[in-house]
Structures are given as C-alpha cells and as structure tokens.
Write a protein that binds this ligand. Structure first.
Ligand SMILES: C[S@@+](CC[C@H](N)C(=O)[O-])C[C@H]1O[C@@H](n2cnc3c(N)ncnc32)[C@H](O)[C@@H]1O
Length: 191
C-alpha cells in the first residue's frame, strides 16, 4: 500500500502518463461506458491522484456527488489540488475498513485497479466495507488487471462479491492494447 511518499519514478509516471495522457482519453471512455445518469452519489475507492475522479466528476451533474477514498495522504492531497474547482467532491483519507461510512448510502461504488494491490487476505474485509456503504440495488463496478504476477483472477473477484452478497450482473475479461488481460465486473446489492 502507498501510505507514504511514493517513489519518485511513480510520481513522474503518474503525472506524465496517467494524468496528462490517460486521464484525457482512457478514463473518460471508461466512465462513459458505465452509463451513469449524473445524479448519483458515487464512491471511488482507491482514487489515487484523481485521474478517474476527474472523469467521474465531469459526468456528474450538480445533484450528483463524488466521495474519494484513498489511503495515501500524498495522493489524496494531489487529487484535492487538481480537482479544487469541483465543489461536489469529498475526500476521505484512510483505510475503508476503519472509516466511519454511512451504510446503505452510495448509488455507485467504483474500484479501478486497486483491489489487486491489497494483500489477498485483507480483500474480503475491504469488499465487505464497500458493500455495506452501497445502497440496496446500488451498483459496484470493478476493473482489475489479471496478470498472474501483478493482478488477480476474475474467479477471485466473483467469489469475493458473492461472499458479501453482491449479485453478479456482468463479468468478463478483455485484452488491453498492452496485450495484458483486464477483467471487469458489475455487481448489485440485493439486501
Ligand atoms: C493503481 S492506483 C489507482 C488509482 C485510481 N483508481 C485510478 O485508476 O486512476 C491504486 C490506488 O489505490 C490506493 N489504495 C491501495 N490500498 C488502499 C486501501 N486499502 N484503501 C484506499 N486506497 C487504497 C493506493 O494508494 C493507490 O493510490
């Protein structure tokens, strides 16, 4: 986990590749495919420096809101500075399993390239905490890499979601332009 100042190489990579390039093309395209109406209360888990957050908040109308949960003080501050013009974003720094979250509150939870970075034994508690803050019939979207050396298999995503009682709507894996597999899932809360 990135609790402290990230390595310098990661800071440069995030600024030049993720923020200046990918967040103009890839992230807006991802968000467009989610089909949000714009009025949702969205929680983005592991929001990093705000690349996905920027695409999300631009899709939301003033009635919608975005809550960014991020464990790293460095990245959450970076996101806060980058997105300061948006008044409908809340920033929550900390571990989701310890943060006091409003239960049954969010219409949408987004996990984008985060869960695979969390130790495998801790993943169930994280998913459980996210399922609790999702409202009944709310939707959880997840995208994770599936490389054996850096990623997690779709079967694990499906079983984690099933274990916390989320209903599968859609899952699938595709090959990215970098020729590695990425897996997507859409799940709903029925309880
Ligand atoms: C690869 S980055 C992805 C950032 C963002 N989701 C995106 O796609 O642009 C993963 C982020 O998840 C954060 N993270 C890892 N474990 C976390 C946890 N337990 N709670 C909150 N954030 C976490 C890391 O600090 C990092 O900023």
């Amino acid at each position: 986990m990135e609790n402290d100042q990230p390595p310098f190489a990661r800071i440069i990579e995030e600024e030049l590749i993720d923020y200046r390039i990918r967040s103009r093309f890839y992230h807006p395209d991802y968000v467009k495919r989610l089909g949000l109406s714009g009025t949702e209360r969205v929680l983005e888990f592991g929001s990093g420096g705000g690349c996905m957050s920027r695409a999300l908040v631009r899709t939301l109308s003033p009635e919608g809101s975005l809550s960014c949960v991020e464990i790293s003080p460095y990245w959450i501050e970076k996101a806060r500075r980058r997105l300061k013009v948006f008044s409908n974003i809340k920033y929550l720094q900390g571990d989701i399993t310890r943060l006091p979250g409003p239960e049954n509150h969010f219409d949408v939870v987004i996990i984008h390239f985060v869960l695979h970075d969390i130790e495998s034994t801790a993943r169930i508690d994280v998913v459980n905490a996210l399922a609790k803050v999702l409202r009944p019939e709310g939707t959880l979207f997840i995208r994770e890499p599936a490389k054996p050396e850096h990623g997690m298999p779709l079967s694990e995503i499906r079983s984690l979601m099933q274990d916390v009682g989320l209903r599968e709507i859609h899952t699938g894996c595709t090959r990215s332009w970098q020729r590695s597999w990425i897996c997507d899932g859409t799940f709903k809360k029925s309880w």
